[in-house]
Design a protein around this ligand. Structure first.
Ligand code: SAH
Ligand code: SF4
Ligand code: F3S
Length: 396
């Protein structure tokens, strides 16, 4: 079939698609699904943006910097005249979900915007643009975003040969006050156990041996197995039995829902990775409360101690935000003290940025940027030293 791409004659199988992914593993998985669906529709995937007919940016809104980076990289491509090559340009992901038509105002040459809620529409959107000549297509759904994501469509494309990401839940109900994710990804929904097991069994038949289970808070996984409710521990037990899997990882865990029973399962289930990513965010009880995290610093410390006692060879990584509104030097020092005490194997440290409509965006962003920068580099340096020491020890 002959189709027209912005003027040039092409057959569908000649069209090459390139996707650049920003943000978390869920976006990485979404990109895989889109590439896989498009391959099934006859498109070809390319890692080289220069040879692509269709360029899609899969964006992240979690921090202002992440959002800006994606939009300015795309703006640069569009301004540089990359558009003259008769290409189709689209934005998908969380920024698309969040900003919708506003993106067209700054990037009018864009052909389509597709929210995280609507990724399954991308083949249709492209066909509308290519075959019907539609322009500025928007596909963003506000309602039931979590539920819309649960479609059991798993085309075979995977980025890696031996490892695979598998969604076990979508969305988030936690509404940490700084976080935009619940607004862009919608309410929390768990996938049924049967669908997850089927997907993984299929992956194993394709020689995949390492599975990473994905969710914003996998500790609150609550999927149906027939009529029975299954939690994360129950799911891990079932997956551990699947022959051919060598390693099962999961991310991410919320401290308010992580329990010693999970740590015991991590210890006892031989295929489960002994790595826990547990975001601390702050060591100050005042800040944790303002963040709506649902735990105190003492509770977090106890949890890490429990984990280490139960899972002897376990590793812990964390996320920390510096410069949350009203964070004083005293609050920051409390965070540093906990980092010194707990000696994480790794820590991702972020400078706070307000993300409307997340609740904390109503507070004044009152920690000066220079102070945020200084706290960020102090903590980074502290953690680097700890990570270095811990890595060194491993080889002694
Ligand atoms: N669901 C995951 C976190 C996803 S977002 C969890 O709860 O563990 C990844 C990290 O980005 C968060 O843990 C937090 O540290 C950081 N983050 C989120 N919103 C932010 C904001 N407004 N400013 C700075 N960092 C932020
Ligand atoms: Fe955001 Fe909190 Fe949900 Fe993680 S648990 S995605 S930080 S609201
Ligand atoms: Fe970013 Fe969306 Fe993931 S905001 S962190 S890509 S869920």
């Amino acid at each position: 079939m002959k189709t027209t791409v912005n003027g040039s004659r092409l057959t569908a199988h000649e069209l090459k698609v390139y996707i650049r992914t920003f943000g978390c593993q869920m976006n990485t998985r979404d990109s895989e699904i889109v590439i896989g669906m498009l391959e099934e529709h006859g498109y070809k995937h390319t890692d080289d943006p220069k040879e692509a007919d269709i360029v899609i940016f899969n964006t992240c809104s979690v921090r202002e910097h992440a959002e800006q980076r994606a939009l300015s990289a795309l703006g640069y491509l569009l301004r540089r005249g990359a558009k003259h090559k008769k290409r189709i340009f689209g934005v998908m992901g969380c920024v698309a979900q969040h900003k919708q038509e506003k993106i067209f105002k700054s990037l009018p040459k864009l052909d389509f915007i597709c929210g995280s809620s609507d990724i399954y529409n991308i083949p249709l959107i492209l066909s509308q643009i290519i075959n019907e000549g539609k322009v500025n297509v928007v596909s963003v759904s506000k309602k039931d975003r979590g539920k819309r994501s649960i479609k059991n469509i798993n085309p075979s494309y995977r980025e890696k040969e031996k490892e695979a990401l598998v969604n076990i839940m979508y969305g988030c109900n936690n509404f940490c006050s700084y976080c935009i994710v619940p607004y862009v990804r919608g309410e929390e929904v768990s996938r049924p156990v049967k669908d997850i097991v089927e997907e993984i069994t299929d992956l194993v038949s394709k020689d995949i041996t390492h599975i990473t289970l994905l969710g914003q808070n996998v500790n609150s996984y609550n999927g149906k197995d027939g009529k029975e409710d299954i939690d994360l521990i129950g799911l891990l037990k079932q997956l551990n039995k699947i022959e051919g899997i060598k390693k099962i990882s999961f991310m991410t865990s919320h401290p308010k829902d992580a329990k010693p029973s999970l740590f015991k399962a991590m210890r006892d289930l031989n295929k489960v990775d002994k790595h826990l990513h547990l975001a601390m965010q702050s060591g100050s009880d005042k800040i944790l409360k303002l963040m709506n995290r649902g735990y105190t610093s003492a509770k977090f410390i106890k949890l890490v101690e429990d984990f280490r006692e139960i899972v002897h060879d376990g590793k812990i990584s964390t996320d920390i935000i510096v410069g949350f509104p009203t964070e004083t030097e005293e609050d920051f020092n409390q965070t540093k003290e906990v980092v010194e005490k707990l000696r994480f194997d790794n820590a991702y440290i972020f400078k706070y940025s307000p993300r409307p409509p997340a609740k904390s965006s109503e507070m004044a962003d009152d920690v000066l940027i220079d102070v945020k920068k200084r706290r960020h580099s102090e903590l980074l340096e502290l953690q680097r030293e700890i990570s270095r020491e811990k890595k060194g020890k491993k080889f002694n």
